[in-house]
Design a protein around this ligand. Structure first.
Ligand code: ARG
Length: 390
């Protein structure tokens, strides 16, 4: 009997070549595709896989699960890698791993496979997650083995195996897309000194071409989770989709960074995350109103660790579970409204409000009604300065 393998399949050049390669190695191939909002035509994808000779095609809509169980916990944690990247790709991988493992169990397959390169983060994320769910599953990573060095070689290989490559040949970029954002690398972007060409962007309008008046996004949170946009209650997928459009139309969410990969190299990455950028800002602004000073400052440390853990493929780890408990405790009061102004690429908070606000006008004001006890300041300063007096 042939060995059965579940291949994480996107329909792109890499994973299409993986199908041909696995076939040559004698595998019975089942493809697995998770719909995380990458907006591709799944009927076409399914046809393409079948045309390549796979025996079964799984396509699973995981958009709701992605947002509820992965994106929102990371949003509540404030997880932004190296101060810039909202982790769209990194958050998708552990969920795809869950889907692969579930499919492998259903199909009684002993192998899973993916089309990640041998020097990226994604191979680590998928394999660490898969191993932490079921270490008995064996992993096949054709791109680490097959010796095809360039995209041109892959295209040749695909053609030799009757795999259609028309669309992928044109773009020199490697792109990953889901509801939380879009990651773009390769081609001219590999020169960190070079400004990205306008053609790479899809979710965000060129700020120069945006409307001459701002849009507002009022976001209502309940315990840290966004539940309403501009007064309308929306389920997670609808809310993120709408906000991506609204913020993206105003040029919000472009990120250009050089990041430290888990495998020790620096890489230049472009991201588009209109909803991600807007929501992280709104969430931080609401927290600034409702969290006490010590919790707020400590939470920044947690946010950074949480981001590193997600980036480094440790979603399925005890530390993540423990940090989630801490984060959830802090979110009890993160309920309220934040008003964002979106204008030609900028996203700024222009108002926030919460029933749990700790802001006290009678203490902050410089006008009539001031209740701050200034006479106590003198003694406070005397003691506060004690360690530094000469
Ligand atoms: N550098 C980013 C990350 O590690 C994005 C990876 C993008 N993946 C891709 N297949 N283009 O999360």
């Amino acid at each position: 009997m042939k060995k059965k393998v579940i291949l994480a399949y996107s329909g792109g050049l890499d994973t299409s070549c993986c199908v041909a390669w696995l076939k040559e190695k004698g595998f019975d191939i089942i493809t697995y595709t998770a719909d995380l909002g990458q907006g591709i035509n799944f009927a076409q994808l399914s046809k393409k896989a079948k045309d390549c000779g796979v025996s079964k095609v799984y396509i699973q809509d995981l958009k709701g699960r992605f947002l509820k169980d992965f994106v929102f916990p990371a949003l509540c944690a404030g997880a932004i890698y190296e101060g810039k990247y909202p982790l769209a790709t990194a958050l998708g991988r552990p969920l795809i791993a869950e889907g692969l493992v579930e499919a492998a169990h259903k199909e009684k397959a002993n192998y899973i496979a993916h089309g990640c390169t041998g020097k990226g983060n994604d191979q680590v994320r998928l394999e660490v997650s898969a191993a932490s769910l079921d270490k008995k599953l064996k992993v096949v990573a054709p791109l680490r083995e097959w010796g095809l060095k360039t995209r041109e070689e892959e295209i040749k290989y695909a053609k030799a195996h009757q795999i259609e490559v028309a669309a992928s040949k044109k773009s020199p970029y490697s792109v990953d897309l889901n509801l939380w954002g879009r990651s773009i690398e390769c081609g001219i972007l590999e020169n960190p000194a070079q400004e990205p060409p306008e053609e790479i962007y899809q979710l965000t309008k060129n700020p120069l071409k945006c409307a001459n008046k701002p849009d507002y996004a009022t976001i209502e949170f309940a315990r840290g989770i966004p539940v309403k946009l501009n007064g309308k209650g929306l389920a997670p997928v609808a809310l993120i989709t709408k906000l991506n459009k609204l913020a993206g139309d105003n040029g919000v969410g472009r990120i250009d960074m050089v990041e430290n990969r888990l495998v020790g190299i620096k890489s230049r990455e472009i991201y588009e995350a209109p909803a991600g950028v807007a929501l992280h800002l709104a969430h931080q602004e609401l927290e600034s109103l409702v969290l006490d000073k010590e919790s707020a400052q400590f939470k920044k440390v947690v946010a950074d660790r949480y981001a590193q853990l997600v980036y480094n493929g440790l979603w399925h780890s005890p530390l993540r579970a423990a940090l989630d408990k801490f984060v959830n405790e802090t979110q009890k009061k993160v309920t309220g409204l934040v008003k964002l102004k979106l204008y030609k690429g900028s996203c700024v908070c222009v108002g926030r409000n919460s029933p749990h606000s700790l802001y006290k006008k009678e203490l902050a004001t410089y006008e009539a009604g001031d209740k701050f006890d200034k006479s106590a300041a003198e003694g406070f300063i005397k003691i506060w300065s004690l360690p530094y007096q000469k």
